[in-house]
Design a protein around this ligand. Structure first.
Ligand code: CUA
Length: 339
């Protein structure tokens, strides 16, 4: 096969791959589609570093091609080209240029780092602040001012600065909503709290996906959560209805009895129940079971029967319930709608 034809095939394979991989981008899970002030500014930093990298790449390739062509060996020419080892001008150039490039990269990056950390803690009590706690393998979100706790889903008003206090109940996790802000670790212990803030952006009725970005155990990759951004009025309504919802909002009395006896010590519904497992307030309105499975009865029963099969290494014990009891609990939980 002719060489140019071989090269052409290689190139078209790359072009097709690039086209295919472009389809993998998820606009609700991408730092390249930023929403809100923090994500925008972080994206600008990425653009600066990518531009510098492209500039370096182009300059090096052009110089390389130039030297390759200009100083190629010609027929009948046996002479050695002029040697440039120890050329002061060249040495100076390739020392000074990288230093300048690093300064261009470092100044805005360090400035933004200080800017973001200065605003991490709320300046007044009126600002929205959230306490995030990472657990193996789910997220707890406490709204101190609103006096409510959710799990796996963070509901926030649009165009709002959100101050976040981060900690962990067990190992180190990392809180990451790619569309809204870079990642920040959650550390165990009261002394190692981290703080960050992000802006929710102007779009309403959107769901951004969140991820744990620190290897934290067998189900690290399954430790997903969601951020639902709604209008300011809808947010107020949501807070009111979330607080009004309790264990009686589901009509299944039999399932409620089984739930209260076996599950309530770990899972809260409304103001009642423990907090070693995720709160199940309004569970019927969610769209995921255990944060990852489709929200239907079959998956819910599968999860209750054997949590380890769905999320290996999680802390939920295998409960000793009959099939009828599991059926009743599943009906009860799916009926737990927000008021
Ligand atoms: Cu939590 Cu990875």
């Amino acid at each position: 096969m002719k060489k140019w034809l071989q090269k052409g095939r290689f190139l078209s394979l790359f072009a097709m791959l690039a086209l295919l991989l472009m389809g993998c981008g998820d606009p609700t899970l991408s730092a390249l589609v930023p929403q809100g002030e923090v994500a925008d500014k972080q994206f600008q930093l990425m653009l600066i570093s990518i531009s510098i990298m492209i500039l370096v790449l182009v300059v090096v390739f052009v110089l390389y091609a130039f030297v390759l062509l200009k100083f190629r060996k010609r027929k009948g020419d046996e002479s050695t080209p002029k040697q440039v080892e120890g050329n002061h001008m060249l040495e100076l150039l390739w020392t000074v240029i990288p230093i300048l490039l690093l300064i261009i990269l470092a100044v805005p990056t360090v400035m933004r780092t200080f800017e973001f950390s200065a605003d991490a803690k709320p300046a007044s009590k009126n600002e929205l602040s959230i306490k995030v706690t990472g657990h193996q393998y789910w997220w707890e979100f406490e709204y101190p001012k609103e006096e409510l706790i959710t799990s796996q889903e963070l509901v926030l008003p649009a165009d709002t600065k959100v101050h976040v206090e981060l900690s962990s109940a067990d190992v180190i996790h990392s809180f990451w909503i790619p569309s809204l802000a870079g990642k920040t670790d959650t550390n165990p212990g009261d002394k190692n709290k981290n703080y960050m803030w992000f802006d929710t952006g102007s779009k309403t009725d959107v769901v951004y996906k969140g991820k744990c970005a620190e290897l934290c155990g067998a189900s690290h990759a399954l430790m997903d959560f969601k951020v639902r951004v709604v209008s300011k009025e809808d947010y107020k309504d949501w807070v009111a209805s979330y607080k009004a919802t309790d264990g009686k909002s589901s009509a299944n009395a039999n399932g409620q009895q089984v739930f209260e006896k076996n599950c309530l010590s770990c899972h809260a519904v409304g103001q009642e129940g423990g907090n070693t497992g995720p709160s199940l307030t309004g569970f019927g309105d969610k769209d995921r079971v255990a944060g990852i499975l489709d929200h239907d009865k079959e998956n819910l029963e599968k999860w209750i029967k054997d949590p380890q099969e769905v999320k290996p290494g999680n802390n939920m014990p295998k409960v000793n319930l009959s099939d009828e009891e599991i059926d009743a609990v599943a009906d009860y939980l799916l009926g737990l709608k927000l008021k």
